[in-house]
Write a protein that binds this ligand. Structure first.
Ligand SMILES: Cc1cc2nc3c(=O)[nH]c(=O)nc-3n(C[C@H](O)[C@H](O)[C@H](O)COP(=O)(O)OP(=O)(O)OC[C@H]3O[C@@H](n4cnc5c(N)ncnc54)[C@H](O)[C@@H]3O)c2cc1C
Length: 480
């Protein structure tokens, strides 16, 4: 009997758990255990609507425990704080009772799917907990953001003017796509309320250019022709139409009660006044200690400098030399072969977008996104590789970001009657310049962009489809 412990129940951990349990059916008495500090799954992409008060957070969630009971998956309600890979156990701080002692959970195989640590502390004054800005990265944050946003709306209704700033709160942020969706929701919500003219709306980002999204943008052929249309064209057109001021290539050095302090790569130092700001924090790996059998810290061997777990990528190459084959495929840790990291928890080999820095030395470089669909694909590969190992085979399942498609529906407005969204399909997610020299690293026949009401429908459809699939309802495994 083999015991697999999965840390986390987000897109990656939850999908890994149900795929692995399903794949092991009828193959012996193998155990799948999920360790997680929360008992609900949250469909994070819909928090963009929660943050403007258009969706109740409960509609983005389902309870994990009934799913685990039905599927025969064990659950430990707690936070993993230590991993001991030599002795194959995890230390978990229990969540279901104050004052309980940490518990030891042994494993044969481990999947780290703990997602990002939201590192607000990297930018003094950033974030809702002790800082001045809002966030939509967690359910609590999004609910708090909605409260603050609706307070702002009340002031605008009394005739006041306001400055609203949205974007990235550190030079090394990822998730520009989520911030882009959020600024679009704000624009359209204020427009529908007849308040848009009272607001100066500003976008601050660490991207080299608009539409970079941490994946070095994308290009697509216009329908029925060979005219190139880029993500940059799309974003510029939208920001112009929405009358959003733009500041790019910027690091946010600090935030105080009245101003956002930025420095850009050209050396411009700005003090941006704001009344409401939603800025994404830097992402780091979770604060989990990795200890060998003698108690020595393994972080230097197992983690990248940002604290994400190294897997089968080629690490250490400078940006101009990085190409598709350097991206991980199996998500297996090279030192401890029974350990995998998936979703946001794995360490990418480097950035997918051009790295820059400010004259004072702050790094300005979008980190590569590991989106929900990617998180699932990486989780599935790891889960099936564990099945290979349990059955004594070489691991055979891969999901490289240089060999898998990116599917992104960027919501501009959620309504299914008057809404809009950008439907983006790219292949592969990160450029493979040797394989696709003509498309600058992408297959131009498989990279598409469409904008309009259909995008709003698809986005809502995905909300329901993902919640259905991840709660392992009938036929879930036939859903892509
Ligand atoms: C506002 C927003 C909008 C987004 N929109 C989109 C979108 O439209 N499309 C898209 O594809 N992606 C989108 N993303 C990205 C998407 O949410 C992430 O790619 C996805 O959540 C990553 O999944 P994950 O499982 O790796 O991490 P997470 O979803 O962060 O899950 C991590 C899990 O680990 C648990 N955990 C944390 N620490 C520990 C610990 N120490 N021990 C055990 N468990 C732990 C957490 O409780 C959680 O259950 C968006 C992100 C944001 C913030």
């Amino acid at each position: 009997m083999a015991k697999t412990v999965i840390l986390g129940a987000g897109f990656a951990g939850q999908y890994a758990a149900i795929v692995l349990k399903d794949a092991l059916k009828g193959k012996g008495n193998h155990e799948v255990v999920v360790v997680c500090p929360v008992t609900k799954f949250t469909f994070i992409p819909s928090l963009i609507w929660v943050g403007v008060g258009q969706m109740d957070v409960k509609k983005t969630q389902f309870d994990l425990l009934p799913v685990y009971k039905r599927e025969g998956i064990s659950f430990v309600h707690g936070l993993a704080t230590e991993i001991h890979p030599d002795e194959r156990y995890v230390i978990v701080e229990p969540k279901d009772g104050a004052g309980k002692d940490p518990v030891r959970v042994d494993y044969d195989y481990l999947i780290n799917a703990t997602g990002p640590h939201l590192n607000f502390a990297a930018t003094p004054g950033l974030g809702p907990d002790g800082g001045y800005t809002q966030s939509i990265c967690t359910p609590d944050h999004a609910e708090h953001t909605a409260k603050k946003y609706l307070e702002l709306v009340k002031k605008l209704e009394k005739g006041e003017r306001a400055s609203v700033v949205v974007g990235t709160g550190h030079g090394t942020c990822t998730c520009q796509g989520a911030a882009f969706e959020f600024i679009a929701q704000i624009h359209n919500d204020l427009k529908d309320r007849g308040l848009r003219n009272q607001v100066d709306l500003k976008w601050i980002s660490n991207e080299p250019q608009l539409g970079d999204f941490g994946i070095d943008g994308f290009e697509t052929k216009m329908m029925m022709g060979s005219i190139l249309f880029t993500a940059n064209d799309m974003a510029e057109a939208l920001y112009t139409e929405y009358n959003i001021q733009v500041q790019l290539r910027s690091h946010v050095s600090s935030v105080d009660e009245k101003f956002i302090h930025t420095e850009d790569v050209e050396g411009n130092i700005n003090k941006i006044p704001y009344d409401f700001a939603m800025l994404i924090p830097q992402f780091k790996g979770k604060a989990i200690r990795y200890l060998d059998k003698d108690g020595n810290d393994l972080a230097g061997k197992l983690l990248n400098p940002a604290g994400f777990m190294k897997v089968d990528a080629v690490y250490g190459k400078p940006y101009p030399e990085l190409d598709g084959p350097d991206w991980p495929k199996t998500y297996q840790n090279p030192l401890y072969k029974n350990m995998f990291a998936v979703g946001i928890a794995f360490a990418p080999p480097g950035p997918a977008s051009k790295p820059m820095s400010t004259p004072s030395g702050a790094v300005v470089c979008p980190a590569p996104p590991r989106t929900g669909y990617t998180a699932e694909l990486t989780a599935k590969a790891a889960a099936l590789n564990i099945v290979d190992m349990i059955e004594g085979r070489e691991i055979s399942h891969t999901a490289s970001m240089a060999e898998t498609p990116g599917m992104c529906i960027a919501s501009l407005k959620g309504s299914i009657t008057s809404g809009s969204g950008c439907t983006i399909g790219i292949y592969p997610i990160v450029r493979d310049r040797k394989r696709y020299p003509e498309g600058n690293g992408r297959d131009m026949n498989a990279t598409t962009l469409d904008m309009g009401l259909a995008g709003a429908w698809i986005k809502k459809g995905l909300h329901h489809a993902f919640l259905y699939k991840l709660s392992a309802k009938p036929m879930w495994k036939y859903m892509p």
